[in-house]
Design a protein around this ligand. Structure first.
Ligand code: DPM
Length: 388
């Protein structure tokens, strides 16, 4: 245990950081470890790696699992059993409802949240708009596929197996894919920015909720660790991702549903754009709403209180720990996300999401024994994992 009984850290404490084993996960963990070491030079930080269920079951597409805890559960068990004190995640892999007793103690400054295109070496001069008709784009994200099918009906979208290293090798050494779509943040952390041909702006493909931000999870009752993480909290990122997660939570979207966002913080205002698509991209609902990020008392908007669901962390704001000086902004951001989600739902997003989830479920190999697991379209094909 890093904390003493009264919740404060001793000078000699060692903080144990849990991480997945993939190269990207470790790079992310090292970034957080370095920031913590800088903020707390007197503490020692150890990294403990482990495989998650998602790293072990390599034959089911992320969109079929329906649960986002696939890549986080083992780490959270280690946290609960006090084998580690904190866990580093890509925020976009963390569900909007955390297990009881767990909180996000810090959301760090966001990297570029956009999706990006890596072209096959034979298409280095091309963009998605100029690729030959029928070109195959590798992505296992229903969110990316739905938006891009709508924009580029002549392109073909295929699932791609494996972690980032495997995917890049399959693109560059094979002839199956003409391009990959990946999160710019992951590409940059891997040191591959020179391979990016094109960044996708929000008109073309909005990003996933929380994309590009790292989150540090800890035990809610470990006040010493929560305090230790506070130097890592980034205000604008925290406010933006709370709006995004409130939207996601209210839509009850998960990995299986094409939900995407675009957030902008300018001066004292937060703009949140959200969208929902059918799997084939033919249906779309998107809308933008804004809120002033006003200091207490100058806001005229009623502030929505986050729902407290039984058996769920009592921390409001989709699991993100509230910091006193940020609380007012966090609640305005949360309110905005809920409001935008309700607007989208009232315009038919509920039907679209329901249909997308059912379509995904119907294509699950286990629900459809006659379906060969390797049949060729995105919804039916298997992937090894979504390795982040
Ligand atoms: C989630 C999705 C993907 C990851 C779904 C989505 C992409 C899966 C795929 C929830 N998690 O984005 O619509 O492309 O097959 C993941 C990546 C990162 C975190 C890799 C990536 C790195 C970027 C970040 C996988 N999780 O999206 O290219 O920190 O946001």
């Amino acid at each position: 245990m890093a904390a003493t009984n009264n919740g404060t850290h001793t000078d000699a404490a060692t903080i144990r950081i849990g991480s997945r084993e993939s190269e990207l996960a470790l790079k992310q963990t090292h970034m957080v470890r370095d920031a913590l070491q800088k903020a707390h030079p007197h503490l020692k930080f150890d990294i403990i790696t482990m495989k998650t269920h998602g790293d072990k079951i390599l034959n089911v597409a992320l969109s079929k699992i329906g649960s986002k805890s696939l890549f986080t559960k083992e780490l959270e068990i280690a946290l609960e059993e006090k084998r580690v004190d904190i866990v580093v995640h890509s925020l976009k892999d963390l569900p909007t409802t955390l297990p009881e007793g767990m909180v996000i103690g810090a959301v760090c400054e966001r990297e570029d949240p956009r999706d990006a295109v890596i072209m096959h070496p034979k298409h280095l001069e091309a963009s998605l708009a100029t690729l030959p008709k029928g070109s195959v784009i590798g992505t296992s994200s229903v969110r990316r596929a739905a938006q891009l099918k709508r924009k580029f009906p002549d392109l073909v979208f295929e699932s791609v197996r494996g972690n980032l290293n495997t995917r890049l090798r399959k693109l560059e050494e094979g002839n199956t894919y003409d391009a990959l779509i990946l999160a710019a943040a992951g590409i940059m952390r891997m040191g591959w920015q020179h391979k990016i041909s094109q960044y996708l702006e929000e008109e073309t493909c909005m990003h996933a909720v929380g994309q590009g931000a790292l989150a540090v999870e800890c035990r809610e009752d470990d006040s010493g660790t929560v305090a230790l993480l506070s130097p890592l909290v980034h205000r604008d990122t925290t406010v933006a991702v709370i709006a995004e997660r409130a939207l996601m939570c209210t839509l009850e979207g998960g990995c299986s549903a094409p939900v995407a966002v675009h957030t902008k913080i300018t001066e004292d205002q937060l703009d949140l754009q959200g969208g929902v698509w059918s799997l084939d991209g033919s249906e779309e609902r998107r809308h933008t709403m804004s809120t002033p990020l006003a200091e207490p008392d100058s806001s005229s908007d009623p502030v929505e209180q986050p729902a407290k669901v039984a058996k769920v962390s009592t921390t409001p704001y989709t699991g993100v720990v509230s910091h006193q000086d940020l609380d007012h902004f966090m609640s305005q951001a949360y309110t905005l996300g809920v409001k935008l989600a309700k607007h989208l739902l009232s315009r038919g997003a509920d039907e679209i999401l329901k249909a997308a989830k059912e379509e995904n479920k119907a294509n699950l190999p286990s629900n459809n024994p006659n379906l060969p697991p390797s049949s060729s379209n995105l919804q039916k094909k298997e992937v090894e994992n979504n390795d982040s």
